[in-house]
Design a protein around this ligand. Structure first.
Ligand SMILES: CC(C)(COP(=O)([O-])OP(=O)([O-])OC[C@H]1O[C@@H](n2cnc3c(N)ncnc32)[C@H](O)[C@@H]1OP(=O)([O-])[O-])[C@@H](O)C(=O)NCCC(=O)NCCSC(=O)C[C@@](C)(O)CC(=O)[O-]
Ligand SMILES: NC(=O)C1=CN([C@@H]2O[C@H](COP(=O)(O)OP(=O)(O)OC[C@H]3O[C@@H](n4cnc5c(N)ncnc54)[C@H](OP(=O)(O)O)[C@@H]3O)[C@@H](O)[C@H]2O)C=CC1
Length: 426
């Protein structure tokens, strides 16, 4: 864990200098970060063991968010994203929490649930109670499937049963509630679900169909809060405007979808950098955005504090692991975990949700002040220049001209490049 994640001027270094700085700050050896170099990162041979029909690997930029304090600990946070301005915004917003202690995060534990669907049950209500009477037997059967998890202090903890009316009749749905410790937990709970399904079906007097975890991980919740400094935000008017922006997202699903996308810009980037399952996390977060009234709404809230600063809160399910999936198999994922210095899946989940809140505030601040295009498009100009064919030597020149001309478009970049190359621009 770094002594401080505040590194002024980090953005002005070269990628190699940034790697050295991260190694220095975290106490890692310089070679520990070698996997971040495309020449020594994930090989095609390694990829061929991960998924099917492999023909190559895709490079995604990995940036480091600075300034992040979570529960009094400093973190340098690897973020894998193709989108310009995301890493800058997360760093910028995290900086604004530092005078107020950073992010304060709590969690409900690494608890996942498997669902077992039971069909053709004659007496669903009575079946529900018969299954609950067999709770201890079902939990024992489940735990027998994963002695490693039990050895690490995890395992099946509870059994719940729901009677679900559907368009194909009434189904009985059993949930096995499992503490999955440092795993994301899909394979662990799926194995348990498949093994106990025949017994559950026998008790219910029906037949089992689906046996799979739910990505609505509402027993694996992480809650983050932070105070963002009024003066660093740009003053009272910006604070008030962000509160209005937050109210808009709470009230309107069209705005909520974009607001939540801004949160996922941060969350998915850290989830991906650490080799975790972005789809599982995204499904969990968006399902959590639907309230008891069935309405899709904002996952975060911003309020003005008594002393005029801005309070931000975010609560989401966060199913990520330090073991299993690609977390250990992918060399960059292993390096990301080393840089973070987290020692449990829960600690990783806490940092991820803190970055989600930072990201959200970063976008809402820009939207509530100067607008998104100024900061985002300035950084997007580099992508536009490369798309137009600028070489490394030409890049800075083209980017400056795109920004100066206030026209960050590929055709304009192509025109600038043409003019530079034929000598009509110097
Ligand atoms: C881009 C900034 C931060 C510039 O903002 P700025 O005020 O010009 O930045 P600055 O140059 O004064 O620097 C302030 C700090 O920002 C960071 N920073 C600043 N620049 C860089 C950089 N190049 N590389 C790395 N870090 C950077 C860095 O931490 C720096 O402090 P330092 O630590 O250096 O003392 C600001 O304009 C911003 O936050 N914009 C919002 C960008 C954003 O949200 N992008 C997401 C993509 S848009 C989207 O997909 C989501 C959206 C918007 O639709 C969601 C929604 O609607 O809610
Ligand atoms: N709907 C979804 O989201 C689905 C996702 N997936 C995929 O499942 C993968 C994640 O599954 P997951 O179960 O996490 O991975 P793994 O099964 O690969 O790893 C979990 C296993 O690791 C072992 N283990 C070792 N140390 C620990 C520890 N400290 N804490 C917990 N377990 C430990 C456990 O037992 P043991 O050694 O006995 O295995 C445990 O069951 C991801 O790749 C995801 O994409 C798959 C299906 C559906």
């Amino acid at each position: 864990m770094p002594v401080s994640s505040r590194i002024p001027g980090f953005k002005d270094l070269s990628p190699l200098e940034r790697r050295r700085t991260v190694a220095d700050r975290t106490g890692l050896s310089a070679s520990a970060l070698d996997s971040l170099d495309p020449n020594t990162g994930l090989s095609v041979e390694q990829a061929d063991h991960m998924v099917e029909n492999v023909v190559g690997v895709l490079g995604i930029p990995v940036g480091i968010a600075t300034n992040v304090i979570v529960n009094d600990n400093e973190y340098l946070v690897p973020m894998a994203t193709e989108e310009p301005s995301v890493v800058a915004a997360a760093s910028n917003a995290s900086r604004m929490t530092r005078p107020h202690g950073g992010f304060f995060v709590s969690h409900t534990g690494p608890v996942m649930q498997a669902q077992i669907q039971l069909l053709d049950v004659q007496d669903p209500e009575a079946a529900r109670l018969r299954i609950l009477e067999a709770r201890e037997e079902i939990l024992e059967l489940s735990n027998a499937e994963d002695p490693t998890l039990v050895k690490f202090g995890g395992g099946a903890r509870d059994l719940t049963v729901r009677v679900l009316p559907t368009r194909t009749g009434v189904h009985v749905i059993a949930h096995i509630v499992v503490d999955v410790r440092d795993a994301m937990g899909a394979n662990a709970v799926n194995t348990m679900a498949e093994s106990v399904a025949p017994r559950l079906a026998a008790i219910a007097g029906g037949r089992p169909l689906l046996r799979i975890l739910t990505n609505k991980a509402d027993q694996r919740i992480v809650r983050a809060r932070a105070v963002f400094d009024r003066d660093l935000l740009g003053g009272s008017e910006v604070v008030d405007n962000i509160v209005h922006a937050s109210a808009f997202a709470e009230a309107d699903p069209y705005r909520a979808a974009t607001h939540n996308k801004g949160i996922m810009n941060g969350i998915s980037a850290v989830v991906l950098a650490t080799g975790n399952d972005t789809r599982a996390v995204e499904a969990g977060c968006h399902s959590h955005a639907v309230g008891a009234d069935g309405r899709y709404t904002a996952l975060s809230h911003f309020e003005k504090t008594a002393d005029g600063n801005l309070s931000g809160t975010l609560e989401v399910p966060m199913a990520v692991g330090l073991v299993g999936g690609a977390t250990k198999a992918h060399p960059v994922a292993r390096t990301s975990i080393e840089i973070l210095g987290v020692t449990s899946a829960t600690e990783l989940a806490e940092v991820i949700v803190a970055v989600g809140l930072a990201q959200n505030l970063g976008a809402c601040r820009a939207l509530s002040a100067e607008g998104i295009q100024q900061g985002h498009m300035r950084l997007h100009a580099r992508t536009v220049a490369v798309t137009a064919g600028a070489s490394a030597d030409e890049l800075d020149n083209v980017v400056q001209r795109l920004i100066g001309d206030r026209s960050i478009r590929v055709e304009h970049a192509e025109k600038i490049l043409g003019d530079l190359r034929n000598g009509s621009l110097v």
